[in-house]
Design a binder for this molecule. Structure first.
Ligand code: NAP
Length: 264
C-alpha cells in the first residue's frame, strides 16, 4: 500500500473562512497525513470559527493576516521561524475583487478595483512567497488556487479572470526562481465549488447548472477532490511537477463546444 506520510512536516494554509473553504479541504488532508498546521485568516471576526474548526489539530498556530499588510505578513513568518525554524508547505487560497467590478461590463472596470483585485488575488502570492522563502528548503512546495476564467472568457468573472491569469503567470516565474532551491510552486485550477467566495460571484447558481450539463463527468467537483489534489501537489508524490496549472474540474476545461450544440 502506498500512503502519504507528512509526519514532521510543517504547513501554513492561508484563506480559510469556514469548513466549505477550498483551503480547508486541503488543510484536512495535510493534517490527516500528519503535518503540523498553521493558518492565517483575514480579520478578527474569523478567529473564533477557525479556533473551533482547527481544535483537533494538535499544536496548530493561528495568525490574523490581511495579505495586503506586509508588516502582518512579516510578523507571521517571523513567528513561524521562531516557533518552527522552517516551513515545508504553503497553501495560498485567497482571492477578492470589489463587487462592482464583477457586476458590470469588464470594459468599465475602475482602476482602483483592478488594483485591489490584482493585489489581493495575485500579487499576494508573490509577497507571501518572498516572506516564506528563507524558511523553505529542498522538498518545499507552494500551492495556490486558480480558475479557468484565467484562460477563457467567463461572463461576469471580469477582472478576476485577469487576476487569475496574473496568478498563473506568477506561479511560473516563482517556480523558476525557487526551483534552484528544490522548492516547487503549482496552481490548482478548481471547477465550481460552493464556498463563500463562489456564492458572491453574480449568477453562480445558474453557472453550476450549466457546468454540470457541460462537464464530461456531468457533475460538480467535491471539496475532497480539491483536497486530494492539494495533498498530491504539496507532497513528494509530485516531486517532478512545478510551475503547472493542474485542473480538477470534472473535465469541464476540455470541452470546446456545449454538448447541446452537438450536430449529431
Ligand atoms: P473562501 O472560503 O471565501 O476563501 C477565500 C478566502 O480569501 C477567504 O478566507 C477570505 O477571507 C480570504 N481573503 C480575501 N481577501 C483577503 C485579504 N486581503 N487578506 C487575507 N485573506 C483574504 O472561498 P474559496 O472558494 O475557498 O476560495 C479560495 C480560492 O479558491 C480563491 O483563490 C478562489 O478564487 C479559488 N477558487 C474557487 C473556486 C470555487 O468555485 N469556489 C473555483 C476555482 C478557484 P474573508 O472570508 O475574510 O473574506
Amino acid at each position: 500500500m502506498i500512503s502519504i506520510d507528512l509526519a514532521g512536516k510543517k504547513a501554513l494554509v492561508m484563506g480559510v473562512t469556514n469548513e466549505h473553504s477550498l483551503g480547508w479541504a486541503i488543510a484536512e488532508k495535510l493534517n490527516a497525513a500528519g503535518a503540523t498546521m498553521a493558518f492565517s485568516y483575514q480579520g478578527e471576526r474569523l478567529r473564533e470559527k477557525l479556533e473551533k474548526l482547527t481544535a483537533a489539530h494538535e499544536g496548530r498556530r493561528l495568525y490574523e493576516v490581511d495579505v495586503t499588510n506586509e508588516a502582518a505578513l512579516k510578523n507571521m513568518f517571523g513567528d513561524l521561524k521562531s516557533a518552527w525554524g522552517s516551513l515545508d508547505y504553503l497553501v495560498h487560497s485567497i482571492a477578492y475583487a470589489p463587487r462592482p467590478a464583477m457586476e458590470g461590463r469588464f470594459i468599465e472596470t475602475a482602476p482602483q478595483d483592478w488594483n485591489t483585485a490584482l493585489q489581493v488575488s495575485a500579487y499576494s502570492l508573490v509577497a507571501v512567497a518572498r516572506e516564506a522563502e528563507p524558511l523553505l528548503g529542498e522538498g518545499g512546495s507552494l500551492v495556490t488556487l486558480t480558475y479557468y476564467a484565467a484562460e477563457k472568457v467567463v461572463p461576469k468573472y471580469n477582472v478576476m479572470g485577469i487576476a487569475k491569469a496574473a496568478l498563473e503567470a506568477s506561479v511560473r516565474y516563482l517556480a523558476y526562481e525557487l526551483g534552484a532551491k528544490g522548492v516547487r510552486v503549482n496552481a490548482i485550477s478548481a471547477g465550481a465549488a460552493r464556498t463563500v467566495a463562489a456564492m458572491s460571484i453574480p449568477g453562480f447558481r445558474k453557472m453550476t447548472a450549466k457546468y454540470t450539463a457541460i462537464a464530461p463527468l456531468k457533475r460538480m467537483i467535491s471539496h475532497e477532490e480539491v483536497g486530494n489534489l492539494g495533498l498530491y501537489l504539496l507532497s513528494p508524490m509530485s516531486s517532478g511537477t512545478t510551475g503547472q496549472t493542474v485542473y480538477v474540474d470534472a473535465g469541464y476545461s476540455i470541452m470546446g463546444m456545449d454538448p447541446f450544440d452537438d450536430p449529431q
